[in-house]
Structures are given as structure tokens and as C-alpha cells.
Design a protein around this ligand. Structure first.
Ligand code: AMX
Length: 465
């Protein structure tokens, strides 16, 4: 009998967090290094907990819906359950209750490194527990083992034209890898729905493992003359393999990537990429199809593409105004942007009402490692000027910078100047959050998502207008 089956059966019988092993009687869950085994222990407990909660509180009213919300992008409407992270408007994101500075402290680092390993963040998102170093090492190893991609996907990527945006290539490659979906295969074979999460888990682990290779092939085809990516090294962590495949040798770039891939992973459930992945998954489309749909949303300029837009905007600013610029010159440039009916990229947020902590930790990284970089100085100067202009403009509810205002400047410092590629990095990271949520969606048996829409005529009638 497999360990997974033993665990599933024994979760009902055993005291919390302790499980029998074949050899030594009882074993603590924190000693397990196979994430799927740990989940197999947690899933039935969560299912029971939510069942009891719904039985007692299922009809409790938790908010009201106003007409404006239907026309206003459903802001503030509580309509989704997402377990992996929660976004507070003032404080920013907490991953399973941990803020970004707390994650930087408690999650395991690479030897000699200071930034958290994204593998650890993934374990935290999946389980709610801070992983041990051994658990994180096991994830690195498992992702390295699962990293190879089907040859038809390589062939397809190698034949895309150079003018196809990297995000379109990324999304298309994810869809094309669906040929290997274990979820789709299991569904076609008629497996019981209580096992859906296990197949969603397998696809999610495969997909996360393969994304850096896909992303690196896109990068090298577009910007490095189609040179081959190096093979995966099973002794390296996920980020180190990624930067090696991209062709970067600077350890600090790898450290940056560990931070980058950690902080872009998850932003609760209502943002476009997370919500889309969840929605498409609710039709029991497999994780490849669901995640590709989420990536198409991330590719929008109001969402993930903003990181590309920021650096293009800052580069234009530099071209027009030169090196050293005064605050008054910046103000004029920002007003020109606003008056020509465009948004200031990297500023504002649908939920946040203070500076994004993802911006702050990138700023701290810059202060530590590249304090004299001219582009960093300009980004810092913009932070002093943009909010006042946006406040004077009087439209944006949040005048403060978001994550995208800072990421590009760090990447260009280490030589990654290809701005149109930046959202692909965001996408690789976002997989961690949305796929962890997707596994839980299936584990909790969340149904097909199908909210009620109304016509304006019907709404007017409803409110007696
Ligand atoms: N520059 C100019 N105008 C802005 C603005 C900005 N940075 N942020 C908001 N506004 C405008 C909106 O366009 C809107 O104008 P309208 O009434 O004419 O339509 C008005 O202010 C009210 O918008 P809001 O309620 O404050 O924001 P929102 O929830 O509708 O939109 C967001 C949020 C992020 C799309 C918006 O702030 C924006 O466009 N920012 C710039 C793009 C950006 O940085 N996106 C990345 C967000 C983070 C991410 O997902 N990666």
C-alpha cells in the first residue's frame, strides 16, 4: 500500500500531526519531506472543518451588494474563498498569515544567501506551515526531476516569430504542454472526484517545474540568438537553475530572482490572474489550461504587464529629460502622461491603499546592493513626486507605488534590459500562488463558478428606478 494511502486512512485514526510509519511506530508530519503526503494529511481535516463551518454559519449574511459594485469591477464584493493569502489594504499581502518581512526571516535561504527560497514559500502556501530546510530541499529536487518539457513544445517555441510577445509565447507553450496533463487523463479515465486534488497536484508540480525551462527558451530565442539553455542541475534550487538557463552567472542576480519569485507569487484570490485561473479551473479544465488563462490576464497592462510599462515609461522619461532631472521636470512629465489620457504605470492599486510592501522589499534590496544605480535613484525620486501629482489629479484612490514600480530597475541593473520579457518572470512566480490555490479548490470540491449577471434594465427594475 502506498504511503499516501496509509496517510489518508490514518488521518482519521491518529492524533493531530502524528502518523504511523512502517518502521518506527509514530512520526511527526513536520519530518515528512514529501509535500503530497503532508497534503494528504491536511485535506480531510480542512474538508471536515469547512463542512462544520458551513453547517453552522452557511446562511450568515457577510455583506451587501450595491449597484455601483456591478459596474465598478466588483471592488470590495466578498465573493471568493482563497486560503493561500489575504491582502490588507493598508498592510499589504500576508502569505498564510506571514508578511513579506516575516517570510524573509522564517523561510529557508540558499547556502550563503539572505533571500527566501520560493520553494519554501510554495510549501507555506500549500500547507500553511513554515517548511524545514529538508522539506525545501525536497521540493527543489522534485522540481528539478520534473523539469523536462515535451519536444513538440520546444519545436513550437523555436518556430515562433520574433514579433510574438513573450507572454503570448509563454501562454501558448503552457497550453501545448497540456498533452501531458495527468488531471485530464485521470478525468477521461473516470476517476472518483475525491481524488481530483491529487491529479491537480501532479499537474501543478510538473507545470511549476517546467516553467523556468519554457521561460528560458523564450528568452534565449528572442534575445540571445536562439542559443541552447543549459541542462537542469539537480543540485541547484529552482531559481538558480532558472538564472543559469537564462544565461546569468552573477549570484546576486540569482538572489534577486529568489526574492522576485517569492514576492510575485500570490495576492489573494480576486486579482485577474488568480481569479481567472480559479474560474477556468472550476469548469474542471486541467491546471495547464487554467494557468494559461490566468497568464493571458497577467499579460494585460493594468495587471502584470505594468512591470514592462514602468520601465518603458521611465526609459522614455530619461530619453526626453536626460540624466539628472529636477522634481519640477518630473512633475511636468507625469502631468503630460495624465493629460494624454494614460495611467502612470506602477502606481495605484485596486485594493491597496498604502505603498505596496512588495515595492518596499525591492527598495531595500536596491539600497543594499545597488544604492548608486542611476535608474534606482530615478525610481526613488519618482516615489517622492508621483503620489502628490496623483493626489492633485484627484482620481486614483491609491496614489502610492505598487510592486511593478520597482521590479524592472533591479532587473536592468543585472543586465536584463529586455523589458517586454519582464511579465514572463512575474508569470513564473504567479504559478506558485494560483496553482497552490487550484489544488485546494479541487481538494475542497469547490463547484463550477457561475455568478448571476443582470442587464441594466433588470437592475433598474430591481431597485425601483
Ligand atoms: N495613473 C493614472 N490614473 C490612475 C492611476 C494611475 N496610476 N490609478 C488609478 N487611476 C485612475 C483610474 O484609471 C480611474 O480613472 P477613471 O475614473 O477615469 O476610470 C480612477 O483613477 C479610479 O481608479 P481606482 O479606483 O483608484 O483604481 P482601480 O481599482 O480602478 O484600478 C489599477 C487599479 C491598478 C488598474 C490602476 O491604479 C492603474 O491603472 N494603475 C496603473 C497600472 C498599474 O500599475 N497596474 C499594476 C497593478 C498591480 C498589478 O496587478 N501588478
Amino acid at each position: 500500500m502506498s504511503l499516501l494511502r496509509v496517510l489518508s486512512r490514518n488521518t482519521i485514526l491518529q492524533a493531530k500531526n502524528f502518523l504511523p510509519t512502517a518502521s518506527c511506530g509514530v512520526r511527526n508530519v513536520s519530518e515528512l519531506t514529501n509535500l503530497k503526503d503532508v497534503l494528504a494529511d491536511k485535506v480531510p481535516k480542512e474538508q471536515e472543518d469547512i463542512k462544520a463551518f458551513r453547517k453552522n454559519y452557511g446562511t450568515k449574511v457577510i455583506g451587501e451588494i450595491q449597484v455601483d459594485m456591478l459596474y465598478g469591477g466588483m471592488r470590495g464584493m466578498k465573493g471568493l474563498v482563497t486560503e493561500t493569502s489575504v491582502l490588507d489594504p493598508d498592510e499589504g499581502i500576508r502569505f498564510r498569515g506571514y508578511s513579506i518581512p516575516e517570510c524573509q526571516k522564517v523561510l529557508p535561504h540558499a547556502p550563503g544567501g539572505e533571500e527566501p527560497l520560493p520553494e519554501g514559500l510554495f510549501w507555506l502556501l500549500m500547507t500553511g506551515d513554515v517548511p524545514t530546510e529538508n522539506q525545501v530541499k525536497a521540493i527543489s529536487k522534485e522540481w528539478a526531476d520534473r523539469a523536462s518539457i515535451p519536444s513538440h513544445v520546444v519545436h513550437m517555441l523555436n518556430n515562433f516569430p520574433n514579433n510574438l510577445h513573450p507572454m503570448s509565447q509563454f501562454s501558448a507553450a503552457i497550453c501545448a504542454m497540456q498533452s501531458d496533463s495527468k488531471f485530464a487523463k485521470a478525468y477521461a479515465e473516470g476517476v472518483h472526484k475525491s481524488t481530483y486534488w491529487e491529479h491537480a497536484y501532479e499537474d501543478s508540480m510538473d507545470l511549476i517545474a517546467k516553467l523556468p525551462t519554457v521561460a528560458a527558451i523564450i528568452y534565449r530565442n528572442l534575445y540571445r540568438g536562439g542559443s541552447n539553455v543549459c541542462p537542469i542541475n539537480v543540485d541547484l534550487d529552482w531559481s538558480a537553475n532558472f538564472t543559469a538557463m537564462l544565461g546569468y552567472e552573477d549570484n546576486m542576480f540569482t538572489e534577486l530572482m529568489r526574492l522576485y519569485l517569492t514576492i510575485h507569487s500570490d495576492h489573494e484570490g480576486g486579482n485577474v490572474s488568480a481569479h481567472t485561473t480559479h474560474l477556468v479551473g472550476s469548469a474542471l479544465s486541467d491546471p495547464y489550461l487554467s494557468f494559461a488563462a490566468g497568464m493571458n490576464g497577467l499579460a494585460g497592462p493594468l495587471h502584470g504587464l505594468a512591470n514592462q510599462e514602468v520601465l518603458m515609461w521611465v526609459t522614455k522619461l530619461q530619453e526626453q529629460l536626460g540624466g539628472e532631472v529636477s522634481n519640477d521636470q518630473l512633475k511636468e512629465f507625469i502631468w503630460n502622461t495624465l493629460q494624454s489620457g494614460q495611467v502612470v504605470p506602477g502606481y495605484g492599486h485596486a485594493v491597496l491603499r498604502k505603498t505596496d510592501p512588495r515595492y518596499m522589499c525591492q527598495r531595500e534590496f536596491a539600497l543594499k546592493h545597488l544604492p548608486t544605480d542611476p535608474m534606482f535613484k530615478l525610481v526613488a525620486q519618482l516615489h517622492d513626486v508621483v503620489p502628490d501629482v496623483l493626489l492633485e489629479h484627484g482620481k486614483a484612490k491609491n496614489p502610492w507605488p505598487n510592486v511593478d514600480a520597482h521590479s524592472g530597475v533591479l532587473l536592468q541593473h543585472y543586465g536584463m534590459t529586455e523589458m517586454s520579457y519582464y511579465t514572463v518572470l512575474f508569470g513564473v512566480s504567479r504559478a506558485l500562488g494560483v496553482l497552490a490555490s487550484l489544488v485546494w479548490d479541487r481538494a475542497l470540491g469547490l463547484p463550477l463558478e457561475r455568478p448571476k449577471s443582470m442587464s441594466t434594465k433588470g437592475l433598474k427594475k430591481l431597485v425601483g428606478a
